[in-house]
Design a protein around this ligand. Sequence first.
Ligand SMILES: NC(=O)c1ccc[n+]([C@@H]2O[C@H](COP(=O)([O-])OP(=O)(O)OC[C@H]3O[C@@H](n4cnc5c(N)ncnc54)[C@H](OP(=O)(O)O)[C@@H]3O)[C@@H](O)[C@H]2O)c1
Length: 181
Amino acid sequence: MAKMLYSVTMSVDGFIAGPGGDMSWMTEHLGPNETVDEIIGQIGALLVGRRTFGGDDPYKGVEEKEGKPFGGGWDGPQFVLTHHAPETQIPGTTFVGDLATAVAAAKAAAGDKYVNILGASTARQCLDAGVLDEILVLIAPVLLGDGVRLFDRPGGANVKLERISLTQAPLATNLWLRVAR
Ligand SMILES: NC(=O)c1ccc[n+]([C@@H]2O[C@H](COP(=O)([O-])OP(=O)(O)OC[C@H]3O[C@@H](n4cnc5c(N)ncnc54)[C@H](OP(=O)(O)O)[C@@H]3O)[C@@H](O)[C@H]2O)c1
């Protein structure tokens, strides 16, 4: 059965996007990463928040990579969470209006591979619903000061995590964690 993974590049101060969803900060931190290559081969489907789907792209201006998952490194079914599905169809992309339906559809499509989650709000809802299995954080050596947090859970509550691995890539430190149950 598919596992749900939130994989994301994060600043040292805990942001995954800058103010207003800016992703230009990330461009200089993209580079070879064996852990990411390993994960990409194990992803069967994406669960994507609408703000990520229509949002800024660290590959902006790079024609062959812009607008593509993992800069074109992955291809497959995408399930986009939104309350406002567009009328025009996008091949390979399914717009879904609630989390439970989206998770079930993405898991079915992923088979025994990962459903990779893109978007902080989407990941937080998966965590709160008890369906998030793993988190892979690529820590980039930068402070952003403001923006979209890895998880924003006002009031706070402890979530215990178990380390799967800690690896070093040339431009990032990879921390791979399992959500303890
Ligand atoms: N650093 C990285 O590696 C990385 C990776 C991915 C994304 N990002 C960044 O993260 C930011 C996006 O994260 P985010 O937390 O702001 O938003 P998000 O999770 O990408 O998307 C949130 C949107 O998804 C829809 N949605 C969420 N939950 C829903 C539900 N239960 N039912 C129906 N629709 C639902 C809503 O869209 P509607 O308003 O259309 O209903 C909501 O506004 C972007 O700036 C993106 O670039 C960074």
